[in-house]
Design a protein around this ligand. Structure first.
Ligand code: URA
Length: 246
């Protein structure tokens, strides 16, 4: 069979003008639910269409992923970033202002390789951030992810704001390993946002069961993952397409 883990895609539920919102029920924990946001924005749809198209050349694919990263990170930090109020002098006189709290930098964690691309347009978006790289390589046969780079700090504080970037949530193997590393260092899942481009049911299910406090922001939820670990219809290998190594 071409597709081994055929299962119905969770349907995003429109709960307001701003976000389509999907609640993925955690097994055995009826009160806690992982939230998956799919912003119903024409630019999200547009850049996803560009990224999905097999005819899109590498530089355009890469810029589509970077645009999606910027838009989805903008959405992910909407109710996440703490602010401080103050007064500044404009050239015309004093004005009340609200700024992002510089004392609460977002701890951004790209999952290499493709997670780096999601951050390309975001370096200038977050006024205060720190970046900690995590690298995983997936065995094509076993689909098991192995860590080859871990630049995480020894310890997170529970109130640290953590944003993980990985465009493809397929089997969930890589993301679950990353979450385990991050949470075991003290981060609180309720203060973690995951930004992806395409998410699939196997990954969402694993994440919801283990970390019901988590919030996920993605451009689309696709139906299934094939026996090679690729999302169907997905967009192919995001890292290979972004770095021209197909
Ligand atoms: N990683 C990718 O790059 N693509 C998939 O479809 C699944 C995992």
């Amino acid at each position: 069979a071409r597709h081994s883990s055929r299962q119905a895609a969770p349907r995003p539920v429109a709960t307001g003008r701003r976000n389509a919102r999907l609640i993925v029920q955690a097994a055995g924990k009826p009160k806690q639910q992982m939230l998956v946001y799919v912003p119903p924005h024409p630019l999200v749809k547009h850049w996803l269409a560009v990224a999905r198209n097999a005819a899109t050349p590498t530089p355009i694919f890469r810029s589509a992923l970077a645009e999606l990263g910027r838009i989805l990170i903008y959405e992910a930090v909407r109710e996440f970033l703490p602010t401080v109020d103050g007064v500044i002098d404009t050239p015309m006189g004093p004005a009340d202002v609200t700024c992002v709290d510089p004392m609460r930098p977002v701890k951004v964690i790209p999952i290499l390789r493709a997670g780096l691309v999601l951050l390309e347009q975001s370096a200038t978006l977050l006024p205060a951030s720190e970046t900690y790289h995590l690298g995983y390589v997936r065995d094509d046969e076993t689909l098991k992810a192995t860590s080859y780079l871990n630049k995480l700090p020894a310890q997170f504080q529970p109130d640290d704001l953590v944003l993980i970037a990985d465009p493809m949530l397929a089997t969930g193997g890589t993301m679950m390993q990353a979450l385990q590393e991050i949470v075991s260092r003290g981060a609180d899942p309720a203060n973690i946002r995951v930004v992806a481009v395409v998410a699939a049911p196997p990954a969402l299910k694993l994440m919801a069961d283990a970390y019901p406090g988590l919030k996920v922001y993605t451009a689309i939820i696709d139906a299934e993952v094939n026996d090679k670990g690729y999302i169907i219809p997905g967009l192919g290998d995001a890292g290979d397409r972004a770095f021209g190594t197909i």
